[in-house]
Design a protein around this ligand. Structure first.
Ligand code: SF4
Length: 376
């Protein structure tokens, strides 16, 4: 794209022109036109000079890529726009504290092969790709995804499928990454078909943020190829109501209509979704779009994520403000991926008040106390 060289207005016009082009709906075009430099994002958004100071330095350590679609969701007038904070590098990513751990879940120690993370007895993760349509600034696999970091090879994926074939205890396989929908249709179909041919694999899940950052990827052709191998679940990653658009809602509807049960994993992010109104709107939008909110992750203790992290108590308080006040199955399980490789530990509000004779006292969502018999 030619640089028209006159700052804000020309950049915003480029983005508006792009949106009107038929190419906008083509995921290959979206990928090919990803914005990889903060100054390019600033120009397209019409931000004043210096608005993204320090972003380039952060992008040298943790690469930047944003699809034109996801960039177009940014409110250029709002310096704290949640989409901007999740997509544009921030110098705070270079801050490291003594609590930070590069691989807090110790995934590497549960990785018998380059493409496999095998933490739980009956299920595992196979990496399809370590690339993503947009590199999230809050990514918990920052050490592995994007830029010049080594991607998994097709040979690694084949070795991973062979490992699954040999391990009869594996009944549930999550294809993740990075984002496995960065692979072309032929390769992702091959992976899903080969997994489906393994008799002990009951469940196949695909973890992808493309419905959020590049919904054009959810094409009819892709769905026609994958729906032959049901049950295939799709887990996605919406964090904020502003990530819903006509395009993302269409992608979710297509997936649901094609028979893919949909789940969502959010990350609790300070200043983005750590207030009850935002979280309620997010989970209600998800269920309205036939997506079950599944996990709400406590933000990991990773270098450069401190500015996104809330106290652990914040997630519990949020659940307390949601349980009973909205649809039960809209409420995600709040989990912490225990530092040290302990796996996911659920955290929930405590409704127990005290023990009484043959009874316990519980409180309900409104705080009213009720005695409950503890014997039959
Ligand atoms: S899509 Fe997932 S793996 Fe990729 S950068 Fe975002 S959080 Fe990380």
């Amino acid at each position: 794209m030619a640089d028209k060289g006159n700052g804000a207005v020309s950049g915003q016009k480029d983005l508006a022109d792009w949106k009107l082009s038929p190419d906008w709906a083509d995921w290959h075009w979206q990928l090919a036109h990803r914005i990889t430099r903060p100054e390019e994002a600033a120009r397209l958004l019409g931000l004043p000079e210096g608005a993204l100071a320090g972003a380039a330095q952060a992008a040298e350590t943790y690469p930047m890529a944003v699809t034109p679609y996801y960039l177009s969701l940014i409110d250029a007038k709002d310096a704290n726009c949640p989409i901007r904070r999740m997509a544009i590098p921030d110098p705070a990513e270079l801050n490291v504290t003594t609590d930070d751990i590069e691989d807090p879940s110790q995934e590497d120690s549960y990785s018998p092969l380059p493409a496999i993370i095998h933490r739980y007895p009956d299920r595992l993760l196979i990496t399809g790709s370590l690339e993503c349509a947009t590199y999230c600034r809050h990514c918990f696999r920052k050490r592995k995804v994007g830029g010049k970091r080594e991607n998994v090879s097709l040979a690694d994926i084949r070795a991973g499928i062979a490992y699954i074939r040999e391990n009869e205890a594996i009944r549930d396989v999550l294809i993740s990454g990075g984002d496995p929908l960065m692979l072309n249709d032929d390769i992702i179909e091959d992976i899903v078909r080969e997994l489906r041919e393994i008799p002990h694999v009951e469940l196949i899940r695909i973890g992808t943020r493309t419905p959020v950052t590049m919904p054009q990827r959810i094409s009819d052709e892709l769905l026609d190829r994958l729906k032959k191998y049901h049950p295939v679940w799709v887990n996605t990653h919406f964090n904020h109501p502003r990530e819903f658009s006509p395009e993302s809602e269409r992608a979710l509807a297509r997936l649901a209509d094609a028979g893919f049960p949909l789940g969502n994993q959010s990350v609790l992010l300070k200043g983005i979704n750590d207030n009850v109104d935002t979280m309620r709107e997010l989970i209600q939008l998800l269920v309205k779009n036939r997506v079950r909110p599944y996990y709400l992750y406590h933000c990991d203790y990773l270098p450069g994520l401190r500015h996104f992290r809330t106290p652990l108590s914040r997630g519990i308080e949020l659940l307390e403000q949601l349980i009973g006040f909205t649809t039960g199955f809209a409420i995600p399980t709040y989990v912490i991926d225990a530092p040290g490789g302990g796996g996911k530990i659920p955290l929930a509000p405590d409704y127990f008040v005290k023990n009484a004779k043959d009874e316990i006292i519980l409180k309900n969502f409104e705080g009213t106390h009720y005695p409950v018999h503890v014997t039959e």
